[in-house]
Design a protein around this ligand. Structure first.
Ligand SMILES: *Cc1c(COP(=O)(O)O)cnc(C)c1O
Length: 368
């Protein structure tokens, strides 16, 4: 057995070990084809089967019906920051953004370059919380409202689908677009309250190199016709993301992760596991007599990215150094927030979180 660390990297991040082992087993000779899936034609039978199975499994996991399409697009989640406004702000229309962290701020900034995009609410500059239900009301005339479900850098997350007023997919409703890059498939979602959900793969879905987009028929119908085809949601939906050569290898691995999750018990299973991991980690913070201090307000805490501070920057540096030496990798917080961040995505096992909690208790014993 190879050496494996406790991986708390924010992204690219931990992948399920059984998936990595399957990739390794299949790498040289994919299912008797005598070649790797890396070497196969994207128009061939072997790859097509992988591609369409991944789409089917990604639909099954979130309970998506016929009226939903799953797209695989390049450029990561950051490309979606541009593609959403490009496709979905009509001539003379405007979109509204709820900014609760660096990524939603980046999404708004990109959208402003492409159309009339307005900030509807901000939790800045500290981003310690997300708005409460009913606190934010979208303008019924908006082309869409965009939010970020989990704020990877600040460690805040909505407790389910936010209530912004007139959102929905029917006539007279404002489509809801979510960047779920860092909590996608970590818990059940109310898919049908959304019009578009997108996620860069490298946190909860697989490796970097692809973004997955779930898009509702009503949003496809609203898409602008003047978008270059490589950036067009509608064109990608028509061609099942095989308009040109897709990122075949990342899609193959995303498909394996989806299948692994389905077989393990789907999103209910994932949530149960993630709740337990987050619970023991936040308890370790809350039971530390103030030695560890969480960044997020308790009602807005992320189940995926747990951000916390120590009494001094010197102790934070020491914590980062000693935890790394102890085989706990990736705990240094983002430079814009400081402190520590433990990313405990789907593929991070409970044992890794237990190891971290043990380390935190020991460190506090020595320095508290
Ligand atoms: C990581 C992240 C992004 C950026 O993803 P890229 O695929 O690197 O473009 C965007 N949004 C959120 C919420 C993220 O966590």
């Amino acid at each position: 057995m190879s050496h494996r660390v406790h991986n708390f990297n924010p992204g690219p991040a931990a992948l399920p070990l059984p998936v990595l082992e399957q990739v390794q087993r299949e790498l040289i000779d994919f299912q008797g084809t005598g070649m790797s899936i890396l070497e196969a034609s994207h128009r061939g039978k072997a790859y097509e089967a992988v591609h369409f199975q991944a789409i089917a499994d990604l639909k099954a996991l979130v309970g998506a019906g016929e009226e939903w399409k799953v797209l695989f697009m390049g450029g990561g989640a950051s490309a979606q920051f541009a593609l959403a406004p490009m496709n979905l702000i009509p001539q003379g229309g405007f979109a509204q953004y709820v900014t609760t962290g660096s990524w939603s701020e980046a999404a708004l900034k990109e959208a402003k370059k492409l159309g009339d995009a307005r900030e509807l609410y901000t939790s800045g500059p500290d981003h310690k919380h997300v708005p409460k239900s009913g606190q934010v009301a979208v303008d019924p005339k908006a082309a869409y409202v965009h939010y970020t479900s989990n704020n990877t850098i600040y460690g805040t997350e909505y407790d389910g689908t936010p209530e912004f007023g007139h959102t929905g997919n029917g006539p007279g409703h404002v489509p809801l677009i979510a960047d779920m890059s860092s909590d996608i498939l970590s818990r059940p979602i109310e898919l049908d309250r959304h019009a578009v959900i997108y996620a860069g793969a490298q946190k909860n879905l697989g490796p970097s190199g692809v973004a997955v987009v779930w898009i509702h028929q009503s949003a496809l119908e609203r898409c602008r016709g003047d978008v270059p085809q490589i950036w067009s949601y509608r064109k990608f939906a028509e061609k099942d993301s095989l308009l040109n050569t897709p990122p075949c290898f990342p899609i193959y691995i995303v498909g394996l992760v989806a299948r692994y999750l389905l077989e393990a018990g789907g999103l209910t299973w994932a949530k149960k596991r993630n709740d337990e991991k987050a619970r023991i980690l936040y308890n370790a913070i809350d039971d530390s007599a103030g030695f560890y201090r969480g960044h997020a307000e308790p009602g807005s805490r992320s189940q995926m990215n747990v951000t916390f501070r120590l009494p001094t920057p010197e102790l934070e540096d020491l914590f980062a150094k000693q935890s790394t030496a102890a085989g706990l990798i990736g705990l240094k917080g983002h430079r814009s927030v400081g402190g520590m961040r433990a990313s405990i995505y789907n593929a991070v096992p409970l044992e890794s979180v237990q190891a971290l909690v043990g380390f935190m208790q020991q460190f506090r014993g020595e320095h508290g």
